[in-house]
Design a protein. Structure first.
Length: 195
């Protein structure tokens, strides 16, 4: 009887120590998101200059933005979204998507980030992957999406070549305590000198 109690006591003590050890390791390795972990690009990017070049000034548009942050084991995440509604000429939709891609690419490289991948086109949208210091990030630019029945929201009728659209931009960054993990092919991209 006492041997059983002793074995039970030892088992419970071992379980307690294991759980306590896991909790300590979790606390030590968990990285909580702070504003300092965001790149300057994510904190400050504002596409208003690009939108203003394509927006019909006779109409006002609306914008919805959001942000999120999260903690992880050895990393922290930040995300930001920009949803812009604007009236523009239908024929300029592809040019707007391309202008947003060029604007973001320019700002990323200008802030010291290195673009690892930039894929897509003006009809399907663009997807960028980049690194900056200990941060790996992605940007998704969706092509303008025409709104159904815009007349119910607008005070005046649209012109013959005009369309009311939503433009959606998603930006996500992951800050890694030990730097972003990269595949060997992407590591070789980082070793190339910037032109």
């Amino acid at each position: 009887m006492t041997t059983r109690r002793l074995l039970l006591g030892i088992s419970l003590a071992a379980l307690f120590l294991a759980l306590t050890g896991l909790a300590v390791v979790d606390r030590v390795l968990t990285v909580y998101a702070t504003p300092e972990m965001q790149t300057q690009f994510l904190r400050a990017y504002n596409p208003e200059q690009v939108f203003s070049r394509f927006r019909d000034s006779n109409y006002s548009g609306s914008r919805a933005s959001g942000a999120a942050a999260g903690a992880g084991l050895g990393f922290a995440t930040h995300a930001r979204s920009i949803d812009q509604e604007l009236v523009m000429h239908y024929g300029d939709c592809a040019a707007l998507t391309t202008a947003l891609d060029k604007d973001m690419s320019s700002l990323l490289t200008g802030s010291g980030a290195q673009i690892l991948e930039n894929t897509g086109n003006e009809a399907e949208g663009f997807h960028l992957r980049y690194v900056a210091g200990k941060t790996g990030g992605t940007v998704v630019i969706k092509p303008p999406e025409p709104l159904a029945n815009p007349e119910q929201y607008l005070r005046q009728s649209l012109g013959p070549d005009e369309v009311d659209v939503w433009v959606r931009i998603r930006m996500e960054e992951t800050w890694f305590k030990s730097g972003p993990p990269l595949s060997p092919s992407h590591q070789s991209l980082l070793s190339r000198p910037l032109i």
